[in-house]
Design a protein around this ligand. Structure first.
Ligand SMILES: [Zn+2]
Length: 141
């Protein structure tokens, strides 16, 4: 009797990875007064921050290397202000909470939001929990 050798086929896995974008959950952020401010397709803490003021950087325009974030900002625009930076000034067009008028972010171009390449969210300005202080909100620097 010949010996029967059974070989199990090696299956090459061609399973497609689920796309990250389709699985991304929207996050909602509130002002410390409880007003809804921002809905965005990622966690703010996962985004890069500016060296100069630790603001969170939200990309509004697609570039060669990075996709624009999908988000909606609920804020009123305030007067532009000038900030002194090393070797010059920086103009910031501020966005304010529509209820308590606390500044929550800014961009370098005049409103509306997304008119420039980036939107910046001030550190400690927003929280994911309505009615709860964001981490770092009371830090004195
Ligand atoms: Zn507010």
């Amino acid at each position: 009797m010949p010996k029967v050798v059974s070989r199990s086929a090696v299956s090459s896995s061609t399973d497609a990875q689920p796309t990250a974008s389709s699985a991304a959950a929207l996050r909602v952020y509130y002002c410390i007064c409880g007003e809804f401010i921002l809905v965005i397709d990622t966690n703010l803490s996962a985004l890069p921050r500016r060296q100069s003021d630790q603001s969170t950087i939200i990309r509004c325009r697609e570039s060669d290397t990075a996709a624009a974030r999908v988000f909606k900002l609920n804020a009123t625009s305030g007067d532009p202000i000038l900030i002194e930076r090393n070797g010059g000034h920086e103009r910031q067009y501020r966005f304010l909470c529509p209820r308590c008028t606390l500044p929550i972010g800014y961009q370098s171009t005049s409103p509306p939001v997304k008119s420039g390449p980036f939107l910046y969210i001030l550190p400690g300005a927003l929280t994911q929990m309505q009615g709860q202080l964001p981490q770092g909100a009371l830090d004195d620097e």
